[in-house]
Design a binder for this molecule. Structure first.
Ligand code: ADP
Ligand code: MG
Length: 842
């Protein structure tokens, strides 16, 4: 928020740039006095200084050009030391209570935000003393206690001026119920309107702010539908045409002669400069929407950008500066962090890009720091918890391994070794098993489950879709069971059960009974597993496959089905180890970095759009050999976002009619119900379908070894991680497989990602590449463990994550329980952060 002195500085700089023509302010520099003086008086400026400034402002219009330059120079000198001056409190002073305040304290306590409505038509621009909205104060006189602040911030948004019950509903839809929510509703982006220019110096394409007076304004209809408000504004150097759409009331609000501030993009139209739908404000009012770096928030129907800005401004200006800082001083200093109060003001209404960056850094740091501290203390509490020990003898395991249809890879053996030592440790395992698509995680899970079942305990394996669950169920049965158990297949089929949405009621009852009496040792399923009334006799191992597809609560629910069960989560997301340590700080990590032997690497080619027929030819040949193919398109229907992109629905019809008339083609897209999607996937798995046309929904780890071609249309639109996931759908059998990438245009053939895909099949290499190019965001979806609720922190910022992690670790070693006095505020913040479920890991 610029101070009055900074604002004046801007005007006089503009004045000097213009060669002292007294037009930086419409009507003359002295015209700012009526609104500037009261504002300046809210600061602690000395009366003589103020008078000295006012004197010069009044003298300026009458002065000769040379004298004007001197006056401007003097003003500069007077203003220089003032521009950073703190504001003084102004009556009526808001009274944050010492003890539990009632929300009434917020009832328009500070200063009403002025509505942009003007009382009536043709008031001279500066005749009225403007009512001004509150100024954020950087050094408030009295800080309320943490509790009082907490209470106040928990007041509902309706205590704000201009927010009634119906607005409150809309705000609630955006997740904003209390003032605190508002304060943490960070802008989606910012428009930089801080550059002010006279009209005769505007260039097309510039985003600027101008100060001008309305010269003409009227409404007209376009094609009888759209109402257009057209205005001509002038600032003494020139005139500019302004257009607004569907806001006919503007003509009344901005009568001829009104002085306004306009911010927006300058465009060229029919050889003239124009501004379309600029933001505007009256010159004399506080500028929230123009003439500054303006925050832009995500909206929903029923709330306008201006409304939201005003509401947030009320909170940011009164509460943010009073926000105590929970971060211990030592951390703030070592981390080079700005105070929280400053950050909360600056993130919404930044003075300049540097302050904004510092604010974002601080807020993002806080999130990662709190997350890391929580992760560390969680890990500690697990380490002290006890768990049942499982120690399957070496020979017992070897008998099973000997009958597997393949030999385990070294990486699989290594991971199993780690898992077994966890199971034998007496403390609950907390392990992440990470392995590229097709690296064979399922068998590792199966053998861990077997070791638990051997001692009569139960384990559960949860997968994100029923087709995956079904696939796991079949694998487990095939690998571990025989009707007459042997040392190689020591379990009976009845000991392994599948529980999914479609499971018949009779089967379900049988499964529930079997779980209760301990007969069922392995339960495989979808989220159906965590729904009541599933309860286990003795759940000792919980496994979550494709863990990023589950929410925190779902994983916790599975684990809560047992008492301190061992936990194994599996993911195909190839995160470089350094990053994994930060993201999954609480989990031990096992990596399958070796593919099963005999896998033929998928051959990957980039084709020009014109070469599409060659791709179809390859598919035909493969289908003739009894194989199957995937064809992926970026969007569901034409016109979704971009008419040019291939649409799965349309293309499905075209392919069936024109390209593959004799083949069975299935269709899979995100608008289908989960049941329908599953049905189609099953048909494909069972080879009732030859070609599966799909959008990106096919990504999940489905194993159809007979599929040998993956054709990806619009390949330039997908991220590297996603492309790699798609490719992982083929090459899962022993036949040579192909991945064909067709970008939308010939030019995108040079696309770096597509090139990387051709160069390597190794998910970790690709991960490192992507990390270098764009940071880890690509590989860690926002729903990635624990990071789902981060509002500010971006996982693309490895440097920040590293810094937060190191400082969290440092603090944790010094005071793991946060019992020292200087860490009490942090402790409270921690319970708030974690209590809200904002951060959780496993
Ligand atoms: P993912 O890690 O993607 O979950 P899966 O567990 O589905 O991989 O395994 C992919 C395929 O590889 C399966 O068909 C599985 O039977 C097979 N497989 C697993 N381990 C080996 C191995 N050591 N040698 C050969 N094939 C293996
Ligand atoms: Mg898998």
């Amino acid at each position: 928020m610029p101070s009055p002195f900074e604002k004046l500085q801007r005007y006089i700089r503009l004045e000097s740039e213009r060669g002292y023509d007294n037009r930086a302010v419409v009507g003359g520099l002295d015209k700012i006095i009526p609104w500037w003086e009261p504002e300046a008086r809210t600061s602690t400026v000395a009366e003589e200084t103020l008078q000295a400034i006012l004197e010069r402002l009044r003298a300026y219009p009458k002065a000769e050009s040379e004298d004007r330059s001197r006056l401007v120079g003097e003003l500069e000198i007077l203003l220089e030391p003032l521009s950073k001056l703190p504001r003084a409190e102004r009556p009526p002073r808001p009274q944050p209570a010492k003890t539990a305040p009632r929300p009434e304290h917020l009832n328009r306590p500070a200063h009403p935000v002025r509505s942009p409505e003007r009382p009536s038509g043709n008031l001279p621009a500066h005749s009225s003393q403007p009512t001004r909205p509150p100024q954020p104060r950087t050094s408030p006189a009295a800080l309320p206690s943490h509790e009082a602040l907490d209470q106040g911030l928990r007041a509902p948004v309706t205590v704000l001026q201009g927010i009634g019950p119906s607005n409150a509903k809309t705000f609630s839809a955006l997740g904003m119920n209390t003032l605190d929510d508002l304060l943490h509703y960070y802008p989606r982006r910012y428009d930089d309107y801080s550059q002010m220019k006279p009209i005769n110096r505007l260039n097309p394409g510039e985003v600027v702010t101008i100060l001008a007076a309305v010269k003409r304004i009227d409404n007209r209809n376009l094609h009888g539908k759209r109402e257009i408000t057209e205005a001509i504004v002038e600032d003494g150097t020139g005139a500019l045409r302004i257009t607004w759409f569907n806001q006919p009331w503007l003509a009344n609000r901005l009568p001829v002669g009104t002085q306004i501030v306009l911010s927006g993009k300058v465009e060229m139209y029919l050889g003239r400069l124009v501004m379309n739908s600029p933001e505007w404000e009256y010159l004399e009012q506080e500028h929230l929407h123009t003439n500054r770096i303006v925050p832009v928030y995500s909206l929903t129907a029923g709330v306008s950008q201006k409304q939201l800005r005003k509401a947030i401004y009320q909170v940011a200006s009164f509460w943010a500066p009073r926000h105590p800082d929970f971060m211990p001083v030592s951390i703030r200093e070592t981390g080079n962090l700005i105070p929280l109060s400053t950050a909360l003001v600056q993130v919404h209404f930044p003075d300049n890009p540097e302050k904004l960056a510092a604010a974002r850094e601080r807020l993002a740091f806080d999130e990662i720091f709190l997350l890391q501290l929580g992760v560390l203390s969680q890990k500690r509490s697990w380490q002290v918890a006890t768990a049942q020990t499982f120690t399957a003898p070496e020979e017992w395991l070897q008998s099973i391994e000997a009958e597997l249809p393949f030999a385990l890879t070294g990486a699989q053996k290594h991971a199993l070794g780690e898992i077994h030592s966890d199971l034998a440790s007496g403390h609950p395992m907390e392990r992440l098993l990470q392995g590229d698509v097709g690296s064979g995680k399922t068998i590792v899970a199966a053998l861990a489950m077997a070791s638990v079942a051997r001692e009569g305990a139960q384990s559960a394996l949860m997968a994100p879709t029923s087709i995956l669950a079904d696939q796991h169920y079949r694998s487990l049965t095939r690998l571990l069971c025989a009707d007459e158990p042997t040392p190689g297949k020591p379990f009976k089929p009845s000991e392994i059960r599948l529980l999914i949405g479609d499971t018949s009621e009779a089967d379900r009852q049988e499964i529930l009974a079997g779980l209760a009496n301990g007969e069922v040792k392995f339960l495989v399923g979808t989220h159906a597993l965590i729904e009541d009334p599933v309860s286990f006799q003795r759940l000792q191992l919980a496994i979550v496959d494709e863990q990023h597809r589950f929410g925190v609560a779902q994983r916790a629910a599975l684990r809560n089905k047992g008492e301190n069960p061992h936990l194994l989560v599996m993911t195909a997301t190839p995160i470089p180890r350094s990053l994994a340590l930060s993201v999954y700080g609480d989990l031990d990590l096992s990596i399958l970095d070796e593919m099963p032997a005999g896998r033929m690497p998928v051959e990957t080619h980039v084709l020009l759009p014109l070469e599409r027929e060659r791709a179809y030819q390859l598919i035909r040949t493969q289908l003739k050999a009894g194989r199957q193919a995937f064809i992926i398109y970026p969007l569901v229907e034409k016109g979704d976002r971009d008419d040019e992109s291939k649409a799965a629905v349309d293309e499905h019809a075209r392919l069936q009619a024109e390209v593959f008339p004799h083949e069975k083609i299935g269709l899979l897209h995100g608008r289908m119900t989960p049941e329908d999607k599953d049905a189609v996937m099953k048909q494909f798995r069972d080879h009732e379908i030859d070609i599966l046309v799909s959008t990106s929904v096919v990504e999940v780890g489905v194993d159809v070894p007979n599929a040998t071609v993956m054709l990806i249309e619009g390949a330039n639109r997908f991220g590297l991680a996603q492309l790699h996931q798609f490719r992982g759908r083929v090459g899962r059998g022993d036949a040579q497989s192909y991945c064909l990438l067709i970008p939308e245009t010939d030019e995108s053939i040079e696309n770096e990602r597509l090139k990387a895909m051709v160069e390597t099949n190794d998910g970790f290499v690709l991960a490192e590449r992507d990390l270098q190019q764009r940071g880890p965001g690509e590989f860690l979806g926002t729903r990635q463990a624990g990071f789902s609720e981060l509002r500010m922190a971006s996982l693309t910022n490895v440097r920040l994550i590293e810094k937060a992690r190191q400082l969290a670790q440092l603090l944790f070693t010094q005071d793991p329980e946060l019992s020292q006095p200087q860490n009490q505020a942090l402790k409270a913040e921690m319970s708030h952060f974690w209590g809200n479920g904002r951060g959780d890991i496993s």
